[in-house]
Ligand binder design. Structure first.
Ligand SMILES: [Zn+2]
Length: 136
């Protein structure tokens, strides 16, 4: 995608997510560029932008090969107040894990590799007795 100015953008109206809270809507422009995704809520800006203009206060970008989010949460600060590296959220970063299962009879956490299927659940070595074994 070639950079253009103004970049292609979309306008969305963000609604309050808690329905018991007084309704508030924030019109937000999202600029899509090959250098990043720029989020510009109406009435919000950064330190260096003139008061009559909104500015992107959230940017999603790739920097030195790493996906990150920059956030300006304080208009009085020149630099981003938050820089969040997102590389830990890559699917490839997920660690293998054994799902936790519990014994259907005593509720103790049990080793999935030695658990026995029984009725709607699993039974661990803790409770796997002759009676259950004969019911297999
Ligand atoms: Zn048990």
């Amino acid at each position: 995608m070639k950079s253009t100015w103004p970049p292609p953008s979309s306008i969305v109206v963000l609604n309050e997510v808690i329905d018991t809270f007084p309704a508030r809507k924030v019109k937000t422009t999202i600029h899509l560029q090959d250098s990043g995704l720029y989020i510009e809520p109406e009435g919000y800006s950064d330190h260096g932008t003139a008061d009559e203009f909104d500015s992107s206060i959230v940017i999603l970008e790739v920097h030195e090969g790493r996906l990150r989010v920059l956030i300006w949460s304080d208009i009085n600060e020149e630099e981003p107040t938050h820089t969040i590296d997102l590389e830990g959220a890559r699917r490839s970063a997920r660690k293998d894990y054994e799902p936790l299962i519990v014994c259907h009879i005593c509720s103790s956490p049990i080793d999935a590799s030695t658990a026995h299927r029984h009725q709607e659940g699993w039974v661990g070595e803790c409770c796997w007795d002759e009676r259950l074994r004969s019911s297999e």
